[in-house]
Design a protein around this ligand. Structure first.
Ligand SMILES: CC(C)(COP(=O)(O)OP(=O)(O)OC[C@H]1O[C@@H](n2cnc3c(N)ncnc32)[C@H](O)[C@@H]1OP(=O)(O)O)[C@@H](O)C(=O)NCCC(=O)NCCS
Length: 184
């Protein structure tokens, strides 16, 4: 189980089944905020559901197919970030993330994305990272835009949220662009 330090207040801890109770409490206390943009929230009905997701995440990591991390801010779990699997044929992946409502507005997720992208490009040596965001999700769109991702296209009716189809914007970052634009 790894824990990657982002800065003095933030770290990324590989998802483990032992964190499931705490993760459940965080999701449960931010349901309305999260379900606006994430279709899985209503499926999380008890800590057992978080345990099941954690086992899946542990299997994903063990299968060399990417990983999921809990976002730790000042020793508390406040969100998640991870890779939606790895396409080894073209060395690409996409990333997803969420934060508890009360921890927005401090730059936590932008810093986590930056660290994750450094890992993905430097350690795992992937070439392309995508982020798919609902067209109207301005807070989420601001993250790839802050990190100089290029807007690459629009996928119509990509997700159903609260019974309605929404379009996704596809953002893309290549290893070459990352090294030129964001490496410090
Ligand atoms: C998407 C989500 C993670 C964005 O959270 P966020 O707090 O806006 O993102 P960050 O943690 O990067 O913080 C950025 C905010 O902190 C501010 N900030 C403060 N210090 C900062 C710093 N050092 N660096 C960057 N931003 C900083 C920014 O100005 C911005 O605030 P603003 O929106 O008022 O301009 C969050 O809204 C969320 O979980 N939403 C629900 C789930 C979701 O949509 N997931 C994504 C699906 S694609």
């Amino acid at each position: 189980m790894f824990e990657h330090v982002v800065n003095k207040n933030i770290s990324l801890r590989l998802t483990h089944v032992t964190d499931s109770e705490e993760v459940y409490k965080v999701i449960d206390s931010s349901r309305e905020h999260l379900k606006k943009w994430l279709s899985w929230v209503d499926l999380v009905k008890s800590p057992r559901d978080c345990k099941y997701s954690a086992y899946k995440a542990m299997h994903q990591y063990a299968s060399n197919n990417g990983f999921q991390c809990n976002v730790i801010y000042k020793d508390k779990i406040v969100g998640k970030i991870g890779l939606h699997g790895i396409e080894w044929s073209d060395k690409s992946t996409s990333i997803g993330y969420w934060l508890a409502e009360d921890y927005q507005g401090r730059g936590i997720m932008t810093s986590c994305c930056k660290s994750l992208l450094n890992m993905v490009f430097d350690n795992i040596k992937l070439n392309i990272v995508y982020i798919y965001v609902a067209e109207d999700n301005t807070k989420s769109r601001a993250i790839p835009e802050r990190l100089n991702f290029k807007q690459h296209g629009l996928k119509k009716n990509a997700q159903i949220l609260s019974g309605n189809y929404v379009n996704h914007i596809q953002y893309v970052m290549t290893r070459k662009d990352w090294n030129e634009l964001n490496k410090v």
